[in-house]
Design a protein. Sequence first.
Length: 289
Amino acid sequence: MSALIPAAAAQAVLLSVVFLTGAAIGSFLNVVIYRLPRRESLVRPRSRCLSCGESLGFVDLIPVLSYIVLGGRCRHCRRRYSPRYMLVELASGLAALGAWHLFGPTLHALLAFVAFSCLTVVFCIDLDHLIIPDEAVLIIAGCGVLLDLMDLLQRGRAAAVVFDERLSAGLQYHVMLPKSLVGMVVGAGLFWAIAVIAERVFRRPGMGLGDVKLAAGMGAVLGPGYQFLAYFLVAVVIGAVVGLVCMVLGRCGRGDYIPFGPMMAVAGLAMIYFGDVVTPWVMSRFLAA
């Protein structure tokens, strides 16, 4: 029993470090969310109160805990600031723990957390400014390519998209393409087609180019198969529910534009962390035989 106590304590310390590291990255994500759309430097000047302009010290920047201790107020001017700062830090800490638990201390876990971070940035910036930053999309796509490369190295041909074409009785071609690249094309193509059709039918833009780019990035992560289809269906359902709730609450009318990026981000997070569970559940309900 005595031998188990140090091991349990070490595990608790390790998980605490993982959480705090994720929460600290979440603190930086708050900086990115505020400054990136304004094209400000992400490193200078130091973080400051947006009400009084005072620079924030170490006590003000402790992830999650500083918000709780200070009651959500600036230590200098006592003005309240949004709880979203704490929520982003908390979510990032939990996402780091989730990646560690699901994928272990692997490159897969790191890439999953990086993708989570970028989707968090997309969620908040699109909600605030109706734009999806290209930088976040490129990083997401890069994560997808790296994950695909790892899969190709482990499983070879089984991890690729294979096209077989028979030209004659004795001539047949086998074309192997990475799933990430095919997924980019399928994702961007599907969302671009929806955007064009929606604009022609409703005589107004139904989807922005940022949504198309994000779909390409998620296609790189999920590939062109059932996981991407499940991702698309989850995003559409979330969008429909959010739109209906907003109309019922009087927050928007039928003709108002609701950003789709946050819905795509939430669906993406669900698929990256729980795709093995979400995909068969969605397929069994939307594509039942």
